[in-house]
Design a protein around this ligand. Structure first.
Ligand code: OOG
Ligand code: MG
Length: 262
């Protein structure tokens, strides 16, 4: 028997519940293969409102599935955006509380902090770069609310792009101080390099990804704002983050950022 398709409100509640109870759910596109992207972004917005109403303001935006490595790993071939709220921010050196998460994974990213609003449509990579105040090394900790990270694009959009936690390096460079496209990175887990890439992994140029975020938000009447953080998407595939693990993103120019899972 197939479960009946749920309403947007019911999907939002099921996802919020899965997160707070740390209990995964099966993807909604199983019961409703026609769940569309616009509905999925409305579900995402509903749960972001729940967080901001709960005292956790929006602090930025993330891109997901901007690299081939990630698209292949997840079997979803299109980028998407999610919203970062203050409760997702890990301070430098703060442990990742895996007991609060379902099945955390970690991935290395290049992050931007914006000096100016970026309002699509029509934003180019050059426009995007000109709006950046600082460039940072980042690690994102994702935690899909779906069983075995099994989802289609509308599911993962509704689930706010699997957002859970993220950490930015305190070290920062100005855009003119770094060629983000050729910047090499190694993902190191417990001292062992498990994946490598360069900035070009995200759509050929992380500023193309940043422009995409502005243009995508504009389709829903939203914008990137001065002061916000933008995660430009994982450069390599993601790896499980188990309790006791130390994960590092070692960038050539941006430096190293690490997290310890407890
Ligand atoms: C979706 C989130 C993808 C990225 O950087 O590609 C993402 C997932 O893989 O669960 O954050
Ligand atoms: Mg990511």
């Amino acid at each position: 028997m197939t479960a009946a398709a749920l309403s947007e409100t019911e999907i939002a509640s099921a996802l919020a519940d899965a997160e707070s109870r740390r209990a995964d759910v099966v993807r909604f596109t199983l019961a409703d293969p026609d769940l569309d992207l616009a509905a999925a972004y409305r579900v995402q917005a509903r749960n972001i409102a729940r967080r901001t109403d709960g005292g956790h303001p929006r602090v930025g935006v993330k891109l997901g599935l901007t690299s081939r490595a990630k698209q292949q790993q997840m079997g979803v071939a299109a980028p998407l955006t999610g919203i970062l709220t203050a409760d997702m921010t890990l301070g430098a050196g703060a442990p990742v509380p895996t007991a609060e998460l379902i099945h955390a994974r970690v991935e290395p990213e290049i992050a931007f902090v914006l000096a100016a609003d970026l309002v699509g449509p029509g934003i180019t990579a050059d426009d995007a770069r000109a709006a950046v105040a600082s460039v940072h090394a980042a690690l994102e900790i994702i935690d899909s609310r779906y069983r075995d990270f099994d989802f289609r694009l509308p599911d993962v959009v509704a689930d706010n792009a699997s957002s859970a936690r993220y950490v930015l390096s305190s070290a920062a460079l100005a855009p003119h101080e770094i060629d983000v496209t050729s910047e090499p990175v190694a993902l190191v887990i417990d001292g062992e390099t498990v994946a490598t890439a360069t900035g070009a992994a995200t759509m050929g140029d992380p500023y193309v990804a940043l422009a995409l975020a502005a243009n995508d938000l504009a389709t829903r009447g939203d914008r990137l704002r001065a002061g916000e953080v933008v995660l430009s998407g994982a450069l390599t595939d993601a790896r499980p983050l188990l309790a006791g693990t130390v994960a590092e993103a070692r960038f050539a120019t941006l430096g190293t950022i690490s997290v310890t899972a407890e």
